[in-house]
Design a protein around this ligand. Sequence first.
Ligand code: ASP
Length: 332
Amino acid sequence: MTDHSSIRLVIHGGAGTIERSKLTAEREQAYRQVLAQSLIAGYTVLAAGGSSIDAVIAAIVVMEDSPLFNAGKGSVFSNAGRNELDASIMDGSMRMAGAVAAVTTIRNPIRAAHAVMTKSEHVMLMGQGAETFAAEQGLEIVDPSYFYTQYRWDQLQKAIANERVLRDHDADSDIPLPSNDEKRGTVGAVALDHYGNLAAGTSTGGLTNKRFGRVGDSPIIGAGTYADNRSVAVSATGTGEIFIRAAAAFNTAAQVRLQRISIAEAADNTLAEIAAIGGDGGLIVLDATGNFAMRFSTKGMFRGTIGDDGIAWTSVFSEAETPVKHFAVSFP
Ligand code: ASP
């Protein structure tokens, strides 16, 4: 493999009905800060000649460790009052993939998904089997209480009271959610390394008040995550059941590979198919020449990108918004 490509990382922190009027300047700044830190973490890997897979992990771990996003530390609660986390990762060169579903004690599910990909014969492990495997691989295991946040607990009580299953970013619905309720979603990353290899990863706590045992699109290869050097790397966020039914990530990659259409068009086609069967959300898409798209059918999507120049750009609201520039020097 030759060292020919530009590097690129694109991330999302969930799509939803994000409204400027409901997001205070401080909260917005806090989200953007974590997005920028995530971008810088992935960029640091890529700029040093690291792989796209390692960049995806580095970027996602930052968001998993933040209480702001619905993944890792900030995960929402199931109807059993537990945090049940899902994650997946895929390498575009050999289309290797790994995933974990419904795990309750793995601090960084994206690392566990990677271990499944690289250290097991399998693609997906779930529940206790995944947790035992992660422990055997030396990954950090935490008490389930690590994932407890008051804010998420309050969200669950509201959802139970209203007999609703809530997508994190559906907080603008008519349901009286806790005040200060901004949309915080699933997280994902797609990366292109110096060697022209693509990778994608996605991590989530799923839906507030989901049935325990429910698995969404995020850990399903082809639905929430897909990467193929012949086309694109994709990570999705949105109404998981519908994204599964639309095979959202694979669908997007297949259009690019077989129909030779632009990545933005492919993403929009997928989102239109999803809308037609009752869903919405967003997709980040990156090809092996560094072209990327961040498309969504919701009011907003936390997102950002960074390339060769090391300048992190973040956006939250509509496509028309001018992204905010963050310089790497502002991060220790
Ligand atoms: N797709 C995720 C799920 O259904 C939720 C999200 O993206 O916010 O689990």
